[in-house]
Design a protein around this ligand. Structure first.
Ligand code: KIV
Length: 265
């Protein structure tokens, strides 16, 4: 096992400032985490997408804090260099004190930062966590935990009002102390505007090439889903093995070859 130190939020923010693209993937176990580390993945998200791709559920709603903590521990055993982002599961951050306890659990099990979906009432939660040494990543646009409220997994931010609201929410998250933001399934131009307006690192998924970095769900980019979203490329295409697919993803994110025109909204 190497003793290399993990990337820090300072390193990642410097990458944004230098215009170096950041490669992030979801991961849920030690073996894949080690392969991603070897391939040069910068950030690993232990996402609540595990409810769908690992547990076989239809949504992320039933995932628990303990599920994320268990997989975070496994990933932390396999990855040395990547920065580890642990997802706050649905219902685990509805009040500041509840959020603090759950975020503390994820950090104690190996996360370097926690991610939570939404703004509005959660701005207060982000402020509470960030001012108590819990690094926070926001998540706007398509927020999968709200799938039943949104009426499905749909592109967000298309109307002028929705786009303006998203910009206000992004600024509010940064002001509350969030140090990173994930933008999911929104028009590329809107994501570009938000990325340029914020000092914090902005990672896109289905949000175009102007974000500071990209994230995909590991199973999707390995071509394992029954029906892949428009913004996914199957990185196994033309590759002899999974390790090469991860390297190809990192290279394409770094060079700007991914995402391409066909992946944009
Ligand atoms: O849980 C997850 O995998 C996520 C990504 C889709 C960003 O939140």
């Amino acid at each position: 096992m190497s003793s290399q130190a993990s990337l820090t939020i300072t390193d990642l923010t410097k990458m944004k400032q230098a215009g170096e693209k950041i490669a992030m993937l979801t991961c849920y176990d030690a073996t894949f985490a080690a392969a991603m580390d070897q391939a040069g993945v910068d950030i690993i998200l232990i996402g609540d997408s595990l409810g769908m791709v690992v547990q076989g559920r239809n949504t992320t709603v039933p995932v628990s804090v303990e599920d994320i903590a268990y997989h975070t521990e496994a990933v932390a055993r396999g990855a040395q260099r990547p920065f580890l982002l642990g997802d706050m599961s649905f219902g685990s951050f509805h009040s500041p004190t509840v959020a603090f306890e759950n975020a503390r659990t994820l950090m104690a099990r190996g996360a370097h930062m926690v991610k939570l979906e939404g703004a509005g009432p959660y701005i207060e939660v982000v402020e509470y966590l960030a001012s108590r040494s819990i690094p926070v990543c926001g998540h706007l646009g398509l927020t999968p935990q709200s799938v039943h409220k949104l009426g499905g997994f749909r592109v967000q931010g298309r109307s002028e009002d929705a786009a303006e609201q998203l910009k206000r929410d992004a600024l509010a998250l940064q002001q509350a102390g969030a140090q990173m933001l994930v933008l999911e399934a929104i028009p590329a131009d809107l994501a570009g505007e938000v990325t340029a307006a914020l000092d914090i690192v902005v990672i896109g998924i289905g949000a175009g090439a102007q974000c500071d970095g990209q994230v995909l769900v590991m199973h999707d980019m390995l071509g394992l889903g029954a029906r892949l979203p428009k913004f996914v490329r199957n990185f196994m295409d033309g590759q002899p093995d999974i390790a090469s697919a991860f390297t190809s993803y990192v290279n394409d994110v770094r060079s700007g070859a991914f995402p391409a025109e066909e992946h944009l909204y």
